[in-house]
Design a protein around this ligand. Structure first.
Ligand code: LLP
Length: 420
């Protein structure tokens, strides 16, 4: 069962609510619309998959950092994966247990590492200088920091180069040639740091679980080597990266169960606690960006549907050429002509498109149009380009529409200049 579905009456629903009715109730358009129940179901899929293993599900909050969503996931038992000081602060504010939080990143700042050390979150070591800063942070707060080594296993995730991270020349992690250097360095700081695990993250939008399996095989070999030197490693962190069905073509993609099952035996064989860092697969399919059609136009052979949403609210198509499924909210009039359209926003550049070459019925002015699977890396990557203010967010909670974030306003913008 999926939260967004078209009913026999021809209308698109989010849980029990007609999206067209939600558009009437919303403060403005475009807006993000989530299903709280779908977030719960997505988390439950991981929980079921992980049964019989010791595990931490660290939600990668970069995917979506809405505070209400964070609080909900925390309430379900999620930990959090963080890549900046402010993500760490927000996770703490949302009540995440620091001992279920993991601080990642290739450019962690010393001041943020100090906060992490003080709170006792796991820190993934990314480089020589990062290790140095972690040691310094530990000394500043007088606490031993639990660390994992982020090893770059050089497994090709077969995804867009911008979201591949585990290959040989990526800016993330350490190469295995340097492993011994790191182990020796770690041995010289017994009071400051404690090596508790190994981490890798291959990339994002991965749709073949063999890739995770290949990486996990390499990782447990590293873990064996590290343990042989007297380190008591407890954690294998295989990162995030599981893809979702953006195309809505019915292709069956691997589920969290498939992912966990490919590594289960390896994890059990070494008596490890498994950490996973899902972002997209927890949140992407729980949300649509809901827009209104401003008008339809034709230039030469190209037809355009111009909507009020744009690359400012949702940049993935422009940035990665990503496909996100697009539909009209309400049934079209019976005489509406179906054509091939580019769906574009009002932003002043040709990179501003939400979809290319989509077969759609010609919509009326003001019609509702949704961009699906907008829960991950959409609102969190939104900008105010062209002074398009960031949109409000709503979710359907137990059949009711609830606002979970105010839309940014022109007045908010002017506040940055107050008192200058
Ligand atoms: N762990 C680490 C270390 C990561 O770098 C990421 C994502 C994740 C976990 C979560 O990956 P997920 O399960 O969400 O695939 N903006 C891009 C995606 C960038 C992903 C960055 N790292 C997009 O819109 O597709």
């Amino acid at each position: 069962r999926h939260c967004f579905s078209r009913s026999t009456d021809g209308y698109l629903y989010c849980e029990g609510l007609r999206v067209e009715d939600v558009m009437e109730a919303a403060e403005r358009s475009p807006f993000y619309l989530y299903s709280k129940a779908q977030i719960t179901r997505n988390f439950e899929a991981y929980r079921e998959a992980l049964e019989g293993l010791r595990s931490i599900v660290g939600y990668a909050i970069k995917a979506n950092n809405n505070l209400k969503i964070l609080e909900h996931l925390r309430g379900l038992g999620c930990g959090a994966v963080l890549v900046s000081g402010n993500e760490l602060r927000l996770a703490l504010h949302a009540g995440f247990d620091p001992s279920r939080c993991i601080f990642n990143g290739n450019g962690k700042l010393l001041e943020d590492l100090v906060l992490a050390a003080e709170k006792g979150v796991f820190v993934n070591v990314d480089s020589e200088f990062d290790l140095e800063n972690i040691v310094t942070a530990a000394r500043v707060v007088g606490k031993q920091v639990p660390i994992l080594l982020r090893i770059n296993p050089d497994v090709d995730p077969q995804v867009h180069p911008y979201v591949a991270t585990g290959n040989k020349t990526s800016k993330f992690g350490i190469r295995n040639e340097k492993l011994q250097w790191f182990l020796d360095a770690i041995k010289s700081y017994p009071n400051e740091i404690k090596l508790v695990g190994a981490h890798c993250h291959l990339g994002s939008t991965i749709t073949k679980v063999d890739i995770f399996r290949d990486a996990a095989v390499l990782m447990v070999n590293y873990i064996d080597q590290i343990r042989a030197q007297g380190f008591e490693l407890e954690y294998l962190n295989i990162g995030g990266g599981l893809g979702i069905d953006y195309h809505h073509t019915g292709t069956v993609l691997p589920t969290p169960m498939d992912l966990i099952n490919t590594v289960r035996e390896l994890v059990l064989s070494r008596d490890l606690t498994l950490i996973i860092e899902p972002g997209r697969s927890l949140i992407a399919n729980t949300c649509c960006l809901v827009n209104r059609v401003t008008g339809v136009k034709t230039n030469g052979t190209k037809n355009f549907i111009v909507i009020d949403g744009s690359m400012a609210e949702l940049i993935r198509p422009s940035l990665y050429g990503a496909y996100q499924h697009i539909e009209l909210v309400s049934p079209p009039p019976p005489d509406a002509e179906v054509s091939t359209f580019d769906v574009v926003g009002p932003v002043c550049e040709s990179a501003d498109f939400l979809g290319k070459d989509r077969e759609l019925p010609t919509p009326a002015k003001g019609a509702g149009l949704v961009v699906h699977d907008a829960g991950a890396y959409c609102m969190s990557m939104a900008s105010t380009y062209n002074l398009k203010m960031r949109p409000p967010e709503y979710w359907v909670d137990n059949g009711s529409l609830v606002k979970i974030r105010h839309g940014e306003t022109f007045e908010d913008l002017l506040k940055f200049f107050d008192g200058l």
